[in-house]
Write a new protein. Structure first.
Length: 295
């Protein structure tokens, strides 16, 4: 079983990479637009800081103090609070203050997850999550929003072995992605083989699976977080269900987003609608939340 402390160490390492892009960033550059429509670099960090604060409230709820998380849920339900309004409110802060709040908040968030009682689940906006799974989700979101910021700055990032956390989330939430798109999840497991940044191979599913996905781990994670269009990546799918999965895969909770627009080459020569018509399996079903992805 993965220890929450180990996952949180990877989370902080990922946050430090993003922090390195921001530490010396001139104040005027915090308003630079990112690939997320309407969101500047300040919005991206504001969103991370706000979500860390929500995790702190969820951790308190897991330990018996549910008032703050319940109040936030009511605000979201009524529309008084939205993801965009929360990000905008944080983005209005002076950059130095926003950066300080994000740094302090991520420290307090990590401490709150360490205090969650063994076996307790944090309430969330999908299925309840263990502290370890929440820490894994924070790695995913920090890396994904960090990609938006890196793209806005034209900065490259060195992929790390921490991507395994994100790839694992995407694999474990395969059925969730199908249900979000009103599709019946395939009954059989896929084989997923990804080349890690260190040159190893990460695998999921049986070796003799009829359908499989292969490629670079970084590209798979970019696709699963909707930070690159599939046609700009060299991922390979074998089988109609695996083909469909690569068109709808997502490692995050909530409804599917629009994702990135195509930038360059296509990996298989098919237009997305052509691939979709060839790949759609089974009958549609109503959307349902997935089983919690275990870290």
């Amino acid at each position: 079983m993965v220890d929450v402390a180990d996952v949180l160490a990877d989370y902080e390492a990922e946050a430090q990479v993003l922090d390195g892009l921001l530490a010396e960033l001139p104040a005027g550059d915090w308003s630079r637009e990112t690939p997320a429509p309407g969101w500047s670099i300040a919005h991206q960090i504001g969103h991370l800081a706000w979500t860390d604060a929500v995790v702190i409230d969820a951790a308190a709820a897991a330990n018996g103090d549910a008032a703050a998380f319940a109040a936030l849920g009511a605000g979201l339900q009524s529309g008084a609070v939205t993801i965009d309004s929360a990000a905008a409110g944080m983005a209005a802060l002076p950059p130095a203050e926003l950066l300080a709040q994000w740094r302090d908040g991520r420290r307090r968030m990590a401490a709150s997850l360490r205090r969650v009682a063994p076996g307790a689940k944090l309430p969330w906006f999908g299925p309840p999550m263990s502290a370890t799974s929440m820490a894994t989700a924070r790695i995913m979101e920090t890396w994904a929003h960090g990609q938006d910021i890196a793209d806005a700055l034209g900065a490259g990032r060195q992929p790390s072995e921490r991507l395994r956390h994100i790839a694992h989330l995407a694999v474990r939430t395969r059925n969730f992605a199908f249900k979000l798109h009103q599709l019946s999840p395939p009954e059989a497991e896929f084989r997923v083989e990804l080349e890690s940044p260190a040159g190893g191979t990460w695998t999921w599913g049986p070796e003799d699976a009829a359908e499989r996905v292969t490629g670079m781990a970084e590209e798979f994670c970019l696709l699963a977080t909707q930070r690159r269009h599939r046609d700009d990546l060299a991922l390979t799918a074998v089988g109609p269900n695996a083909e469909t999965w690569l068109d709808i895969v997502q490692a995050f909770a909530g409804p599917p987003g629009e994702g990135r627009q195509r930038e360059g080459r296509q990996s298989d020569g098919l237009q997305p609608e052509e691939r979709q018509s060839l790949a759609r399996p089974g009958e549609s079903t109503t959307a349902a939340v997935s089983q919690e992805p275990q870290a």
